[in-house]
Design a protein around this ligand. Structure first.
Ligand SMILES: Cc1cc2nc3c(=O)[nH]c(=O)nc-3n(C[C@H](O)[C@H](O)[C@H](O)COP(=O)(O)OP(=O)(O)OC[C@H]3O[C@@H](n4cnc5c(N)ncnc54)[C@H](O)[C@@H]3O)c2cc1C
Length: 484
């Protein structure tokens, strides 16, 4: 399993950060009960740090949705993030009737909060076929949908800080040969300089992927949702799914806050909420959350496309502004940290201390959430329509200073926006896309740290599984059974 700082920044590394439940065992485990018993007074110094969950405004481009809830559908999808929307697009293309139920607004949670890189670099070897397939689908997305999703094949450089990093990059390029289509190569000299004008460091070389791209995090999923509706998908917002009913063990209906939809197939693509919903059905998803912070600047004449090097990471937006990532992330301590500790321990050992353990009010918030509820009563999903952590301004200040040190042109930029987001990850950092063997008709697509990259191919895989088509990618590493 490859763990790089890039991966950490993008979120895959947050698996280990999320594991923070693990590392807290030492310093916090024994004391936690006492702290909680003491009404939180022992936690005082930790409370109020950046990165606390809050009901927040959506940053997604608003799109029209449907008012009426259909009585039945071939497939009901829980969640209108990138996974739900991409799955709907590939399902409706095959002639199925599809409804997406979204508790808040389209793309209100993680899918409008990403950094927006589309790259297979830093993605686990076992899911390279999924990542590369997804990149191919992204390249065809605008022509396919006849709309501008914001995807651009703007290229990506990973600046190498040492000869050792150059060697690592060369080895990675070699490892892909013959396995997946790859345009990855090493760049140096004038070609590299043209991509990073004004860099302070005399970078010797970089790994370059010309076919990597980026999306517009605030707009992309919304535009895809609009295209899905044009193709006949119904998207009902402010419509939380409370639970799923079965007949003789097989999915028969979805119970929402607005009524019941008869169906024989449900896709749970509920992002950070998937573990809770699946848990209520008796299906354990070993997923933990971690928080990331992002910021966007005003326009400057900075480096090209997307890139990462030393402490600096950037993504140039279509309008010439920049998104800048923060290296570090917050690992919220919740009761799930303890429940899943055993499963996440190996990841914890591998990750070391690149994590920012945070014991905040989120612990108590999580403790108050029931794990089962009656389907005719308000469920936890209706109590938080758009949930996100507050951004960690301290981290973002450091990230801004780092990039401005490498590219002094950023001193002319102003911070236009800051936001926080959650990533949910499994112990091996790979997502889960699978059917549930003891509940025919139930499909899950969750635990995505690289969901903006992987969304299209994962959505296509969901459609393949539901329609019984030959999958285009290796599904093994995405199976639920791997955690058994
Ligand atoms: C700061 C940050 C940076 C990132 N950077 C990158 C990057 O550069 N590249 C990359 O590939 N990925 C990146 N990611 C990861 C990516 O954003 C996520 O993997 C992806 O958005 C997950 O999509 P999703 O559809 O699974 O979840 P979401 O977008 O969260 O969608 C799930 C939806 O389900 C809804 N829902 C949940 N439960 C219910 C229910 N019971 N009923 C109805 N609706 C429900 C929620 O309201 C939500 O809208 C980043 C993430 C963050 C937070």
């Amino acid at each position: 399993m490859m763990l790089s700082r890039q991966k950490l920044l993008m979120g895959a590394g947050v698996g280990a950060a999320a594991v923070a439940g693990g590392s807290l065992l030492g310093p916090l485990g024994a004391g936690l009960g006492a702290a909680v018993a003491a009404g939180g007074s022992l936690l005082g110094p930790l409370l109020g740090r950046g990165g606390v969950l809050t009901d927040t405004a959506s940053r997604a481009l608003p799109v029209a949705t449907d008012d009426a809830l259909p009585n039945r559908a071939d497939v009901v999808i829980v969640g209108a993030g990138i996974l739900g929307v991409a799955s709907a697009l590939y399902l409706v293309e095959r002639g199925l009737s599809v409804v997406i139920c979204e508790k808040g607004v389209v793309a209100g949670e993680q899918s409008s909060r990403s950094f927006g890189w589309v790259t297979n670099h830093g993605v686990d070897d076992q899911i390279q076929s999924l990542a590369v397939r997804s990149k191919q689908l992204w390249h065809g997305m605008n022509p396919w949908l006849g709309d501008d999703t914001g995807f651009r094949a703007s290229g990506y450089v990973q600046l190498c800080t040492s000869d050792e990093e150059i060697l690592t990059a060369e080895r990675w390029i070699e490892s892909l040969r013959g396995k997946v289509d790859s345009q990855a190569r090493i760049v140096s000299g004038a070609e590299l300089a043209a991509r990073i004008p004004g860099a302070s460091t005399p970078w010797k070389a970089a790994l370059y992927q010309p076919d990597d791209g980026c999306i517009d995090s605030a707009a992309t999923t919304s535009v895809m949702a609009r295209a899905a509706r044009q193709r006949g998908v119904k998207i009902v917002a402010s419509c939380a799914v409370r639970g799923i009913e079965t007949q003789a063990g097989t999915v028969s209906a979805v119970v929402t806050e607005r009524g019941v939809i008869s169906t024989s197939c449900v896709v749970v693509a509920g992002g950070a909420w998937s573990r809770l919903l699946m848990g209520s059905l008796g299906v354990e998803l070993p997923l933990l959350a971690a928080y990331l912070s992002q910021q966007r600047t005003t326009r400057v004449a900075g480096p090209q496309g997307s890139g990462f090097g030393g402490p600096a990471a950037w993504k140039q937006e279509v309008d010439g502004s920049y998104s800048l990532g923060a290296h570090s992330l917050g690992a919220p301590v919740t009761p799930d940290s303890f429940r899943l500790l055993g499963k996440f321990l190996p990841a914890l050992r591998e990750m070391g201390d690149e994590m920012n353990l945070a014991l905040t009010t989120d612990f108590f918030r999580a403790m108050a959430v029931p794990r089962r509820w009656a389907l005719d009563k308000v469920s936890p999903f209706e109590k938080a329509r758009v949930l996100a952590p507050t951004p960690d301004h301290g981290l973002l200040d450091k990230a801004f200073d780092a990039i401005a040190q490498e590219f002094p042109v950023f001193r002319q930029a102003k911070i236009a926006e800051r936001w926080g987001g959650i990533i949910n990850v499994a112990p091996d950092f790979n997502p889960i896309v699978d059917t549930v063997s003891n509940m025919p008709g139930l499909v899950v697509a969750a635990g995505f740290a690289f969901g903006m990259t992987l969304g299209p191919a994962a959505g296509e895989l969901v459609a393949d599984m539901i329609t019984g088509s030959e999958p285009k990618v290796d599904q093994q590493a995405l199976s639920l059974g791997r955690f058994a």
